[in-house]
Design a protein around this ligand. Structure first.
Ligand code: DQA
Length: 154
């Protein structure tokens, strides 16, 4: 069965309790089970992991190479800082979509830069949990249509 990987980075284990006015009331487990439903309906399966550790996220990206059709990735604050995660995304052949619950461009200036977006297939920001579903749908559609992937790995 075709599989997707959903990765969530630091502090996203606290969803539902953390800054609810920004990130909403759904827990990560709520979001993961809803996204799983979306992908199962499309005949795919999904593995979900969360880590607060940059190195662990890098290992999961490496291990996903050749295993997954696509990766949905909310890198949390590492989005704005981690060249090591950027290099890991660039090093693998799996398309990655960067997802943020909040609209990072409507927030503090330090959140306006993603060092990862240039090596991702795309970025979804500000649509809450729906962003993960949209990323899953895009990754399932994009199979066989990689020619649209003009900004990947450059
Ligand atoms: C976030 C946005 C990041 O700037 C922040 O550090 C997060 C969550 C989001 O989902 O909106 O931890 O990735």
């Amino acid at each position: 069965m075709n599989r997707l990987l959903m990765l969530n980075g630091p502090n996203l284990n606290l969803l539902g309790a953390r800054e609810k006015d920004i990130y909403g009331t759904q827990t990560l487990a709520d979001i993961e089970s809803a996204v799983k439903e979306t992908v199962l309906q499309a005949g795919y399966d999904i593995d979900c992991f969360q880590s607060n550790h940059e190195g662990e996220l890098i290992d999961l990206l490496h291990q996903g190479n050749g295993v997954y059709e696509g990766i949905i990735f909310n890198p949390g604050a590492f989005t704005h800082t981690s060249i090591a995660l950027r290099d890991a995304i660039a090093a693998i052949d799996v398309p990655v979509i960067e997802v943020h619950l909040s609209n990072v461009y409507a927030r503090e200036a330090f959140r306006h830069t993603s060092v990862l977006a240039p090596v991702c297939m795309g970025q979804i920001t500000g649509l809450g949990p729906e962003g993960y579903h949209l990323a899953a749908k895009a990754l399932m559609h994009v199979k066989g249509r990689r020619e649209f992937n003009v900004n990947t790995k450059n």
